[in-house]
Design a protein around this ligand. Structure first.
Ligand SMILES: Nc1ncnc2c1ncn2[C@@H]1O[C@H](COP(=O)(O)OP(=O)(O)O)[C@@H](O)[C@H]1O
Ligand SMILES: [Mg+2]
Length: 300
């Protein structure tokens, strides 16, 4: 099978460790695998030309493409390439719409809540007059403020008082997401990795001293952890609600049970592999092969 990895890393940098590992695993299983860099693509709208050029030549036909959209801004513009691949009939995952939903924390909360998946109390406001009521709704201070698009803990802020909150919000943005601070979990959360409707690995991440965010990029430390049936169930339902083929679900253990903080459509897996010894890259490649084969049967 011909497996492509679509990397969104800047051309100044190498492909990510994850992308390189996926390539190695796929090749070790006897498949053709190549990393494609998003910036080298052209999308062409001309009756006489193929839609997609790579390095100026027609994009070769690959059976399945694993997208790694490691982008933090202008998400919709960046991933229009993925949408173009879908329109051109290429089999690519995760897909455009699910990535768009997962990359925006407002959209994600909207959808999870719609499907009855537990999340921390969240209020989205647009004007100063609603601040007081929103603060009460999310359980007072401290509370969490989140930028709709962000990753690695950037754009996630804890605010301790109305004075801090008022001076922090500039009211120059279309909306503001305020969220209940899940205190009970004491800076720990669980990353649950789902591939093909199954949990393939999970780890507990603890925030370093003096930090409330447990992201590995901020010094959070991961260790293997057993998760409950309820946690498995909400992770699978979250992935399904967003229509992701695979993803990472961040879950916190709240006073009244687990709540989902966010869903990642391009989750890293090196730290998880290190903490648990599970070969996540192999699960993703096995899934890509199965997905590609299922699609091929369907096409015949
Ligand atoms: N409501 C919350 N209560 C307590 N801690 C939170 C809450 N939301 C996020 N955090 C902490 O901040 C980290 C980053 O938040 P998250 O929503 O996962 O955004 P990011 O996309 O930046 O990882 C989480 O892993 C968790 O440790
Ligand atoms: Mg996160």
């Amino acid at each position: 099978m011909k497996i492509g990895i679509l990397s969104y890393r800047s051309l100044r940098n190498r492909a990510s460790e994850e992308e390189i590992e996926l390539k190695k695993i796929a090749r070790s299983m006897g498949h053709t695998c190549r990393i494609f860099r998003s910036q080298r693509f052209q999308m062409v709208y001309d009756q006489d030309s193929p839609w997609l050029l790579y390095d100026g030549k027609p994009f070769p036909s690959y059976d399945v493409i694993i997208a790694r959209p490691s982008i933090l801004s202008n998400v919709d513009l960046h991933i229009s390439l993925i949408e173009q691949m879908e329109m051109a009939g290429l089999l690519v995952f995760n897909q455009y719409e699910p990535i768009l939903k997962a990359k925006n924390k407002v959209k994600t909360m909207q959808i999870l809540d719609h499907y009855g998946i537990p999340i921390p109390k969240t209020v989205v406001i647009r004007r100063p007059e609603d601040l007081k009521q929103a603060v009460e709704k999310v359980g007072g201070f401290p509370l969490i403020f989140k930028q709709p698009v962000g990753s690695f803990g950037a754009g996630v802020v804890i605010l301790e008082s109305m004075r801090a909150l008022k001076s922090f919000l500039l009211w120059d943005s279309p909306l503001y997401l305020l969220q209940q601070y899940v205190k009970y979990s004491k800076g720990k959360d669980i990353r649950i990795f789902v591939v093909n409707g199954k949990v393939v690995g999970s780890m507990m991440r603890a925030a370093p001293r003096g930090e409330f965010r447990s992201n590995i990029e901020l010094g959070g430390v991961g260790r293997p952890c057993e998760i409950t049936e309820e946690e498995v169930s909400i992770a699978l339902r979250s992935i399904q609600a967003l229509d992701l083929n695979y993803g990472g679900v961040d879950v916190m253990r709240g006073k009244d049970g687990p709540v989902v903080l966010e869903v990642n459509s391009n989750p890293g897996f090196k730290a998880l592999e290190k903490a648990t010894g599970v070969n996540i890259a192999a699960s993703i490649i096995e899934y890509a092969i199965e997905y590609g084969e299922r699609h091929r049967q369907f096409m015949i």
